[in-house]
Write a protein that binds this ligand. Structure first.
Ligand code: BEZ
Length: 192
């Protein structure tokens, strides 16, 4: 474990100021919904983009051989598709544990498909967290993902499940799609 953010996240009292709690999922929270929720709908986080720039030492890799998983990067001209879940505050004990490797639970503005906006809670691995790996070329990212595996399964499966979930919502994400295709090529090279 590189940085356990559970204590920081559980001390945050800002969700108490919200009259409704909307949790925004842009990665595994889109397809691995292991928490109760009251309703869900598609949403966007404006000014942010998803990137495979966070190291995974606890789920899709190991401390010696970290995988690469998603975080959000500030990009003023972009917006990131995800699923917003209306939840009660008690889900965060479980989620803070699940997403403890460097992620901070932050409140950012969400936009729904009817263009209404509401604050949403999302987990972000900021560039100053010790598990942050930062940018690399698509092929280097794909190669690292291809060989990584941790207690939650292979890093390849993480990308496959994400790509399938985005496709099911008719969402094209150029980086996810590019890495997904490169992984398939690396697989076929290994099988040849
Ligand atoms: C998510 O799916 O929203 C998520 C991504 C990275 C860390 C925690 C949550």
């Amino acid at each position: 474990m590189i940085q356990d953010t559970r204590a920081i996240n559980s001390d945050r009292s800002d969700i108490e100021t919200l009259d409704e709690i909307w949790l925004f999922g842009y990665g595994s929270l889109i397809y691995k919904v292991d928490f109760p929720y009251l309703e869900s709908k598609p949403a966007y986080l404006c000014g942010w983009s998803r990137r495979f720039w966070q190291g995974s030492h606890d789920h899709r890799g190991t401390p010696d051989k970290p995988g690469r998983v998603l975080t959000l990067i500030e990009e003023p001209s972009e917006r990131c598709f995800g699923i917003a879940y209306r939840v009660t505050a008690d889900v965060f004990d479980h989620l803070d544990h699940r997403e403890k490797n460097g992620y901070l639970r932050l409140i950012k503005e969400l936009e729904f498909e009817d263009v209404t906006r509401k604050p949403g809670v999302t987990y972000i691995g900021m560039p100053n967290n010790p598990a942050f790996l930062g940018p690399a070329s698509d092929i280097d990212i794909a190669k690292q993902i291809h060989i990584s595996e941790g207690p939650s399964g292979t890093n390849r499966e993480y990308v496959e499940l994400l790509a399938e979930a985005l496709k099911a919502h008719n969402v094209k994400d150029p980086q996810v799609d590019a890495i997904h295709v490169l992984l398939q090529k690396l697989d076929s090279r290994r099988d040849a």
